[in-house]
Design a protein around this ligand. Structure first.
Ligand SMILES: [Mg+2]
Ligand SMILES: [Zn+2]
Length: 222
């Protein structure tokens, strides 16, 4: 596989962003109510779609309050240079999120990364609350809002030629992606998931580590 070029897919919350924006947004604007849903979501009893719809219904906030809240979140300190390195290598990099598009796009615009492709659910702020629209269709997955495994399969089909897929993530929303990827970088809950399910992965702390490993493996130039 090392002869084929690679394409990189990255989770956003807790991976590209240092802290989980979606989690903190729902927790803050629901007064902590959303926490009650998370054990059922983590165990798979509650689908991501049902979870997000219920979390969004708990939000009471104006557009200004929401955007002011988002401002505190920072990207991984190695991400910008990782993006530059991928671009210099002609390597596709896509952000796949099962969170909401508006905060990702807002932070990317703020940090000069609005050219990056983002695939996420749509969040609509209106009437003092928040609604979620599922704009990406899942053929078979019943767990995810927008299934990252299905998005990767669609990319492979579109691209047509052999490609090694690299996935970088940190949580349960990445479960469908890691079985679809050729090379996995995992931390936190995703690392645990990979161990339990016998999925090979590389540990990482930040995107400097991801870049270094891909250089060492010969997929990116230094
Ligand atoms: Mg995450
Ligand atoms: Zn899925």
């Amino acid at each position: 596989m090392s002869d084929a070029p690679i394409a990189v897919f990255c989770d956003f919350d807790g991976t590209v962003s240092r802290r989980d924006v979606g989690y903190h947004l729902f927790r803050h604007f629901s007064g902590g109510e959303n926490e009650k849903l998370l054990p059922d979501w983590k165990s798979g009893r509650l689908s991501t779609r049902d979870c997000l719809v219920r979390e969004a219904a708990m939000v009471r906030a104006s557009r200004e309050e929401i955007y002011r809240f988002i401002e505190q979140f920072e990207l991984d300190s190695g991400f910008q240079s990782f993006v530059d390195r991928c671009r210099a290598n002609g390597t596709d990099l896509t952000v796949v999120s099962d969170g909401l598009d508006f905060y990702i796009k807002h932070i990317f615009e703020r940090d000069g990364l609005k050219h990056l492709p983002v695939i996420a659910n749509r969040g609509v702020i209106a009437n003092g609350g928040l609604q979620v629209e599922f704009v990406h269709h899942n053929r078979s997955c019943e767990r995810c809002g927008s299934c990252k495994g299905e998005r990767i399969r669609e990319y492979r089909q579109r691209r047509g030629s052999a490609v090694g897929v690299v996935f970088v993530g940190d949580g349960y929303s990445d479960a469908c992606a890691v079985t679809e990827a050729d090379i996995v970088f995992a931390k936190k809950d995703l690392e645990q998931y990979c161990r339990v399910h016998n999925i090979g992965y590389y540990e990482y702390d930040d995107f400097f580590d991801v870049a270094q490993k891909l250089v060492d493996l010969g997929y990116l130039t230094a």
